[in-house]
Design a protein around this ligand. Structure first.
Ligand code: MTE
Ligand code: MO
Length: 200
């Protein structure tokens, strides 16, 4: 049975949009894509900081992060380079739960994800609500490898996959939108796969 063609590519999402966004093709592997080298993240010194326009800055050690209630979700990946990968099972902490610890101020409208190694990416806060947006450590039952963003990566499946920052170390709440790494090099500020917000 092939993953290509057939009924799978004509499925419809609950919101009425086709499951496979325009211009995308299914892959059954999992390509590795990032700029620069894989940072060496030591779990004994690991910190996830939640900061910016918040009532209470929060810094979580690895143990503290893993002690938070963990959730599972299943979602599809859509990379701007045109590959999509269906049915990824993730385990981690929903973004909403992390935000609730720090209590974003009313002025907070956007979020900048910060990674070990210096990568950043921006996402509107309003689009991070809902259980599929998470900070994850496990994919299809296996701990995330370094090449796929372990120990922790962001996950925002309704946007192109460059918005899912690997090796995450910070979540910053800001009032006005600000381009991250790829956005400064010409990727779209928003990145909706269904309207092909790829570049510019
Ligand atoms: N820290 C970091 N995260 C990153 C990137 C990167 O260069 N650095 N690249 C992004 C891009 S462009 C893509 S397509 C996905 C790829 O994730 P994968 O290698 O696990 O498939 O990671 C995203 N997250
Ligand atoms: Mo990408």
């Amino acid at each position: 049975m092939s993953l290509f063609g057939g009924s799978q590519t004509r499925e419809t999402r609950p919101d009425g949009r086709p499951r496979l966004p325009p211009g995308q093709r299914l892959t059954d592997g999992w390509p590795v894509l990032h700029y620069g080298s894989i940072p060496d993240v030591d779990l004994t010194t690991f910190e996830l900081k939640i900061f910016g326009l918040v009532e209470q800055e929060v810094t979580l050690s690895w143990e503290q992060f893993m002690a938070l209630p963990q959730q599972e979700s299943r979602s599809d990946i859509h990379c701007v380079t045109t590959w999509s990968k269906y049915d990824n099972d993730w385990v981690g902490v929903p973004f909403d739960d992390l935000a609730a610890l720090a209590k974003p101020k009313p002025e907070a409208q956007h979020v900048i994800f910060h990674s070990y190694g210096g990568y950043t990416t921006n996402v509107p806060l309003a689009e991070l609500h809902g259980a599929e947006n998470m900070v994850v450590h496990t994919h299809n039952g296996q701990p995330l490898t370094g090449e796929h963003g372990g120990p922790l990566r962001g996950l925002v499946p309704a946007l192109y996959f460059w918005k899912s920052a690997k090796w995450i170390r910070g979540i910053e709440f800001v009032s006005s939108d600000r381009p991250g790494f790829w956005e400064m090099y010409g990727y779209h500020m928003h990145g909706d796969p269904w309207t092909e917000e790829r570049y510019g």
